[in-house]
Design a protein around this ligand. Structure first.
Ligand SMILES: Nc1ncnc2c1ncn2[C@@H]1O[C@H](COP(=O)(O)OP(=O)(O)OP(=O)(O)O)[C@@H](O)[C@H]1O
Length: 289
């Protein structure tokens, strides 16, 4: 399945364009959506989940145009984990998922099988008898993911699925999404670059509603190639100077000073050497140059 987005614009009151003439195609596999707060990721996902109609532009799921008359057929193929989701607080995890499964028309036996499978995959088995209101934020997020996976959608839209998870769980969830994406399409939004680097081969970068980059991770790395530098210094003043003048992607304190990773199209005016570009560096590069 592929999703084609053509010249999509969404404007809210006061003229804020949450999406400004966005065009790209989401092929099968895990596709990443990266951007700072307010970039437009959630708005785009709401459009793709048929919850919000764009002011202009078109969206197609294969050849099916996003129009109200087609929404029922499109919605059957979609699973959506919104950024904020409150599920029935007084139901247990299992009851909640059984209820949502029944609402989506999944046969009882098949639904039970899928619930068992995804509870195990998300490390929620031991919590299935807890009430939703008794869960931690990270557990609720994982139940939200299971509800999105339950009808085994052809197009899965997950808005920051790894928020609030500990490192081990983040890895498990990323791996689950990669497994799930075989023969399907998964759109995965985050502002954690590390998650995308591990899960996606293609991504789009948004900033203030505009598309800054759309394509493969390897092409993005190539774009930024030659623009990452490692500067080593012992002087506080030089660190401050670098921070004022350049985009610093990271700093590390060593026994004999500090190393500063700088993203700049020109060689910084301090002793430094070229560095191998990471996805984080490339993200800073396309966001700022
Ligand atoms: N319902 C709304 N009414 C008015 N403005 C909105 C509404 N929803 C979003 N916006 C604005 O649209 C822009 C994009 O917001 P959106 O939530 O899509 O960004 P995001 O990339 O998901 O951000 P975050 O990473 O913080 O979740 C922001 O300027 C936001 O304030």
């Amino acid at each position: 399945m592929s999703i084609q987005i053509e010249n999509v614009t969404v404007a809210f009151q006061k003229g804020v364009k949450a999406l400004d003439d966005i065009s790209f195609t989401i092929p099968s596999g895990v596709y990443g959506l990266l951007g700072e707060n307010g970039a437009g990721k959630t708005t785009l996902m709401r459009v793709l989940a048929t919850l919000l109609g764009p002011d202009s532009g078109e969206v197609r799921m294969n050849d099916l145009l996003y129009r109200e008359r087609n929404y029922p057929s499109i919605q059957k193929k979609i699973g959506y984990l919104p950024q904020e989701l409150s599920l029935y607080p007084n139901l247990t995890v299992r009851e909640c998922l059984e209820y949502l499964g029944a609402m989506s028309g999944i046969a009882e036996g098949e639904c039970r099988k899928r619930i068992d499978y995804y509870l195990e995959k998300t490390s929620l088995e031991e919590h299935q008898k807890k009430k939703m209101k008794q869960l931690s934020g990270g557990m609720k997020r994982r139940v939200g993911l299971v509800q999105a996976l339950l009808n085994e959608p052809e197009f899965l839209i997950v808005d920051e699925p790894t928020t609030g998870l500990d490192p081990e769980e983040r890895i498990r969830i990323r791996n689950l999404l990669v497994e799930f994406a075989v023969g399907r399409t998964v759109l995965f939004s985050t502002h954690v670059v590390e998650d995308l680097a591990a899960a996606c081969s293609q991504l789009s970068v948004l900033k203030k509603g505009k598309m800054l980059y759309s394509g493969s991770v390897s092409e993005l790395l190539k774009l930024a190639d030659g623009h990452a530098w490692i500067c080593k210094t012992e002087e506080e003043q030089q660190v401050r100077l670098l921070e004022q003048k350049y985009h610093v992607s990271s700093k590390q304190i060593l026994e004999d000073g500090m190393t500063i990773r700088v993203i700049s199209p020109v060689k910084p005016e301090v002793p430094c050497s070229p560095a191998k570009v990471t996805l984080e560096d490339a993200y800073i590069y396309v966001s700022n140059f």
